[in-house]
Design a binder for this molecule. Structure first.
Ligand SMILES: Cc1cc2nc3c(=O)[nH]c(=O)nc-3n(C[C@H](O)[C@H](O)[C@H](O)COP(=O)(O)OP(=O)(O)OC[C@H]3O[C@@H](n4cnc5c(N)ncnc54)[C@H](O)[C@@H]3O)c2cc1C
Length: 419
């Protein structure tokens, strides 16, 4: 049996550990936080959506750069202070917004996302995790004709690759999500994706951590890996403050912290943190609840029912590692819930809102890094951007197949860390 050390207890590290344990491996997980799922996996949008496989650097993104720099209400914001950190990554992000690489990344994510949802079903069946999951699909709605037309182009592409996407008029949108009835006149069109799903990533992390412990996995919470130790061209351990944990293999699944750790493995991962916000409300149980997640494309935001709670998540901000809550951004999310569900978002419900901010680990070419490092015994699983919850289960399976020398179900080359 081989000793495996997973750095990071978010959705990606935990699903990787589950898969390793399923194959009979020994696993230790290290995380700086005191529990699992307290990083970016804590209060994300909850969407498990192959339909959203297109990276955010869509063709034409460069035309909006000035707006992103100066406007405080743009869905994507670039803080001036973050500009120096984007000197290498920024041009790569823009180069990958050309039509051909954007399409390549969309299709690579789509294949992995579809695979991942099937894997997630397997995990649910195997372990019976309860995480306020729903398989009722997702609905994107549009307030302008231009936004609707742009989405239809991507929808055509993903439809050709097996995604069930149903174009709806405003009345059709309300038939799918009756809670949208009060705003029907503001909707120009919608797309329903019946194959999408949703669930609370943090509840999943907690359930996964319990199962990993039951299966013999060991946790080292509250410990930070300062660097990976390499000798004679192979990994020998991970250095903590007062100790080196010896191991045969290391898996870097440390979200936005992954590039710094992976540098020691001969990898230059083009990942930058892109900050997002969420607000989680607990409406009156007597009030009507939406039945599925709705995505307001214009705001890059989603409103997702998670059991008795309603979460709105979105916005993208290049602000370095800063996790401070900007009251204006938080307020924008509240306004969006009000504008979407006026009958639910009364003052009492809005007062229950719990704000949160997290850092998406966004790769410049829009695809995650899954595979071996350049040093023997080193592996990475990171850079999943706005899709980490969606892609986690499939990424874990793909990585552990590669680690085990098993032919993977997917071509791993689009996600190669050495690309
Ligand atoms: C507002 C928002 C909404 C989102 N909505 C969705 C959505 O609806 N659907 C979707 O698919 N994705 C969504 N995402 C993206 C998704 O949440 C992330 O891609 C995913 O959580 C990343 O998981 P991870 O395991 O890679 O990273 P994390 O969850 O951040 O886990 C990494 C862990 O590594 C630990 N760590 C880091 N460095 C070290 C170190 N040196 N030593 C020890 N431990 C370390 C951290 O403490 C952390 O716990 C959203 C993100 C945001 C911010």
């Amino acid at each position: 049996m081989t000793d495996n050390l997973v750095i990071g207890c978010g959705v990606v590290g935990l699903t990787t550990a589950l898969e390793l344990l399923r194959r009979g491996e020994r696993v230790t997980l290290v995380d700086s936080a005191d529990h699992a799922g307290l990083g970016t996996s804590f209060a994300n949008g909850g969407l498990l959506t192959p339909s959203m496989s297109d990276p955010w650097n869509a063709p034409g993104v460069h035309r909006h750069l000035l707006e992103y720099l100066v406007s405080s209400s743009a869905p994507l914001k670039i803080r001036l202070g973050a500009l120096p950190s984007l000197i290498r990554w920024g041009p790569q992000f823009l180069l990958n917004s050309r039509a051909a690489p954007h399409r390549t990344a969309t299709l690579a994510n789509l294949e992995l996302a579809t695979y991942s949802l099937a894997e997630m079903q397997d995990i649910r069946t195997r372990h019976g995790f309860a995480f306020d999951a729903s398989d009722d699909g997702a609905l994107k709605f549009f307030r302008t004709g231009a936004a609707f037309d742009a989405a239809l182009a991507i929808t055509d592409l993903i439809r050709q690759h097996g995604i069930d996407a149903r174009t709806l008029d405003p009345a059709g949108a309300v038939a799918v999500e009756p809670c949208l009835a009060p705003v029907q006149d503001a909707i120009v069109g919608a797309i329903h994706y019946p194959g999408d799903a949703s669930g609370d990533a943090h509840l999943f992390c907690r359930a996964a951590a319990r199962t990993i412990a039951d299966l013999g996995g060991r946790f080292r919470y509250g410990e930070t890996v300062e660097r990976i130790e390499v000798r004679g061209g192979r990994v020998i351990g991970a250095r903590l403050v007062n100790e080196i944990i010896a191991t045969d293999r290391i898996i870097v699944a440390a979200g936005v912290a992954s590039p710094a750790l992976a540098a020691k493995l001969g990898l230059r991962l083009a990942i930058k943190p892109v900050k997002g916000y969420s607000m989680t409300y607990t409406p009156d149980p007597a009030a009507p609840m939406p039945r599925l997640p709705v995505i307001d494309d214009g705001y890059h935001a989603a409103i997702t029912p998670l059991g008795p709670r309603l979460r709105v998540a979105g916005t993208a901000e290049f602000a370095g590692d800063d996790l401070e809550l900007d009251p204006k951004r938080v307020d924008n999310l509240g306004q969006l819930v009000k504008a979407t569900y006026p009958a639910i978002a009364d003052d009492a419900t809005l007062a229950t809102g719990k704000p949160w901010a997290g850092l998406r680990p966004v790769a410049a070419d829009g695809r995650p890094y899954i595979g071996p490092g350049r040093v023997r015994g080193s592996w990475v699983n990171c850079g999943h951007g706005h899709l980490g919850w969606t892609l986690a289960a499939g990424s874990a399976r793909l990585l552990v197949d590669l680690m085990s020398g098993v032919k993977p179900d997917l071509d791993p080359s689009p996600y190669s860390p050495c690309r």
